[in-house]
Structures are given as C-alpha cells and as structure tokens.
Ligand binder design. Structure first.
Ligand code: COA
Length: 161
C-alpha cells in the first residue's frame, strides 16, 4: 500500500488542489488529505466546513481519506504510515519555501519523501486567498472552485455582511 499525504489549510479547497489530488492518485494507492489544525493562518472556514467541502468535491473518488492533524506534519505522516508528502509547485516563487520545508521535514522523518507535482497551467495563479477575495467582492470564481464551494463562499460572505 503506497500511501501519501497531501497537507494544507484548504480554506477553501480550490480546483488547483483538486487537480493535484487527481495527479497524486495516479502515483499512489491511497491519498490522505490532511487539514492542518495548527496553522499560522486564521481560517475563514471552520475545520468541519473545510472537511465537508473537500468531501463534497471528492464524492465518488476512491482511495482518499480526509483527516485533520495537530502539530507536526511529519509526526502525522509516521502515524498514518505515509511514504510521501505531496506538495504543489506553482511557480518559482514557491520553490524556496517548499525546498526549506522539504528539508526540515526530512530531518524530522528521514523515510518520508516530499514529492512535488506541477498543477495544470490554468491553476498556477490560484490560491485560496485569491478565491476568497474575488468571492467577497463579487468577482467570477466559476472556473476556480467547484459549485458546492462557491455556494459555501457566498453563504459565508453574505453572513458576514
Ligand atoms: N492550487 C491552488 N492553490 C494552492 C495550491 C494548488 N495546487 N497549492 C497551494 N495553494 C495555495 C493554498 O490554497 C494557500 O493559499 P492561501 O495562502 O491563500 O491560503 C497557499 O497556496 C499556500 O498553500 P500551502 O503552501 O499548501 O500552505 P498551507 O497553509 O495550505 O499549508 C502546511 C501549509 C499546513 C502544509 C504546513 O504549514 C505544515 O505542514 N504545517 C504543520 C506544522 C509543521 O509540520 N511545520 C513544520 C514544517 S517545516
């Protein structure tokens, strides 16, 4: 069983994340989508809301598990017996911080490999913050998130008005 982890804040999950998940599933038998609880970010969506959106977007996709983790990613990787951590490299600007994170993570858990995947070119510019900003200001996000996520963003920002 070749298991990998795809970690992130997923606040919310975007089509860029979904693209990476589908690519990773071609390489591994099982993918654990790991939502970080301890993050330097203050998420807009609760942990349950983020988990629900991921599950709705991946309905019918087999070989995935959606979990959350506290503390260090590499402790969680050992706990779930993952061989690899999947990270997306969207642009050169991602490289430096990703390299640093991969090297620190290797120090913490030598056996865990970081595997970098390149998202589809259409999603290179995407981030969860950009999607939230557009949703808040009435911009079109139809090709950036699944319809379910769009409806949750609309609900969230309407309730905050
Ligand atoms: N498509 C679209 N957007 C993407 C993307 C993709 N393929 N890949 C990343 N992004 C976006 C994310 O949505 C996020 O957007 P935001 O900043 O607007 O929220 C941004 O790019 C950064 O994403 P990422 O680099 O994946 O960071 P993250 O905050 O989502 O996750 C953790 C970082 C949780 C994986 C990392 O902090 C961690 O492992 N924390 C645990 C603690 C730990 O072990 N620390 C030691 C590590 S050295």
């Amino acid at each position: 069983m070749r298991r990998a982890i795809y970690p992130g804040t997923f606040d919310p999950i975007t089509n860029g994340h979904l693209d990476l998940i589908k690519r990773a599933l071609k390489l591994f038998d099982e993918l654990v989508i790991a939502i970080a609880v301890d993050s330097s970010k203050t998420p807009t969506f609760s942990l349950n809301e983020r988990k629900d959106m991921i599950e709705q977007c991946l309905q019918g996709v087999s070989n995935i598990r959606v979990m959350s983790f506290n503390g260090l990613l590499m402790d969680f990787a050992q706990e779930v017996k993952a061989l690899a951590i999947i990270r997306g490299l969207r642009a050169v600007s991602d490289f430096e911080s990703e390299l640093q994170m991969a090297l620190v993570n290797r120090k913490l858990y030598e056996e865990g490999e970081t595997v970098f995947l390149t998202p589809k070119a259409d999603y290179i510019y995407l981030s969860s913050s950009i999607v939230k900003e557009l949703a808040k200001l009435g911009g079109c996000i139809d090709d950036m998130v699944e319809p379910y996520v769009k409806s949750k963003l609309e609900e969230k920002f309407q309730s905050l008005l």
